[in-house]
Design a protein around this ligand. Structure first.
Ligand code: M6R
Length: 368
């Protein structure tokens, strides 16, 4: 049942190329239009949407953070991301023109469900992104985009996360198509890039031994930090959450630009810091990330850099370099998250923990 793997989690990590491919299947018409059959909200209603609010918990929340970057960039619609557990207690401003997007792998998370109920009392439209057919959250929503990860057994979300990212990109592109903020050619170009992702994820998996070797040298570490920028920031948060859940280790993710505003005081000799390095581009993100990395190295940190193939500029600043395939910045979380999953899984295994059933945690959190 675990396909020869020691844990469901490890099996599920390896299923990601397939899960991502399945989640992309049948989304384009022969004429090259994006179609999301399960979105039962009319194009007319979608055109009127003037704000998107994403609600979710844990790893699903991090997928929502990536979605915000995609939605604002491609659709020019203001988008907020909020922890479901905080949402209804702050009296959020909701109208008929607000689209609430609830992201939940299990479809049973109580915090998310209560947030949906609140949004619906305010007459906002709710769209669920969910992996579990017939679960409560899609049943109580106006529309749903199902991810096709297949059952996720490990408590730590892996293929659930990657397929949520895919659903978020699809939703963003669909809104762009309906609103006319992006041309068909551009949408098709991104779809082509998405369809190449299963192959890229496989490339990362084929290099798993490097990550396992690295995990060996971190048994006994007391604290691990993660830095990212832009779409790499939620990846940093996700990497830290995986380590907390599985290795019971103090781990924190930061936006690299925030370092100088406080967290850099944490850096001491030999502190391991994972750095999610953005692809080189016209946006200066890459240069900014390198200067953050220089700052922490100057204070004795050991940097483990995730950087794209061919990025030679990073080499002098990486104590360890893990290569990622070249992909666009917005899509990079689909490849960058994978080594962090492998690292947490391996480190927890080496520490003798139960990876599939970490202490104090349940797969779906059905109490608020
Ligand atoms: O089923 P959901 O996506 O609603 O679950 C949300 C969180 O409870 C979940 O992502 C949790 O953080 C995972 N254990 C993370 O690995």
């Amino acid at each position: 049942e675990k396909d020869g793997h020691d844990w469901f989690m490890r099996k599920e990590i390896h299923e990601q190329p397939r899960a991502v491919a399945d989640s992309l299947l049948g989304r384009r018409t022969p004429a090259g239009q994006l179609q999301l059959d399960e979105v039962r909200i009319s194009d007319e209603d979608l055109r009127d949407i003037d704000k998107v609010i994403i609600i979710a918990c844990g790893t699903s929340f991090y997928a929502g953070m990536v979605a915000k970057y995609a939605i604002e960039h491609w659709c020019r619609i203001p988008c907020e991301v909020e922890l479901a557990s905080e949402f209804r207690y702050r009296d959020p401003i909701l109208t008929r023109e607000t689209l609430v997007v609830a992201i939940s792998q299990s479809g049973e998370t109580a915090d998310t469900l209560q947030a949906i109920r609140h949004a619906r009392t305010q007459r906002s439209k709710v769209l669920a992104i969910c992996n579990t057919n017939g679960s409560t959250i899609p049943r109580e929503s106006d529309a749903v985009i199902y991810t096709h990860a297949g059952p996720e057994i490990g408590v730590a979300s892996t293929k659930g996360f990657l397929t949520q990212l895919v659903a978020c990109y699809l939703l963003a592109l669909y809104l762009a198509q309906v609103k006319g903020t992006r041309y068909g050619d551009e949408i098709n170009q991104v779809m082509d890039q998405l369809e190449a992702m299963p192959g890229h994820i496989q490339t990362v998996l084929d290099r798993e031994e490097e990550v396992y070797a690295l995990a060996k040298s971190y048994v006994g570490a007391r604290s691990v930090l993660f830095l990212g920028r832009h779409a790499g920031y939620p990846v940093a948060l996700e990497g830290a959450l995986k380590l907390k859940e599985l290795a019971y280790l103090h781990a924190e993710g930061f936006a690299a630009g925030e370092l100088k505003h406080g967290p850099i005081a944490l850096v001491e000799q030999d502190l391991p810091i994972w750095c999610v390095v953005p692809p080189r581009g016209r946006d200066q993100l890459h240069e900014k990330m390198i200067s953050g990395i220089q700052e922490v190295r100057a204070r004795g940190a050991r940097t483990i850099c995730l950087a794209e193939d061919g990025d030679t500029a990073i080499e002098p600043y990486a104590d360890v370099l893990i290569r990622l395939p070249k992909v666009p910045t917005l899509l990079q979380p689909l490849v960058a998250a994978v080594p962090l999953q492998l690292f947490a899984c391996e480190l927890a295994t080496l520490m003798g923990h139960d990876v599939d059933q970490p202490r104090n945690l349940a797969k779906s959190v059905t109490v608020e």
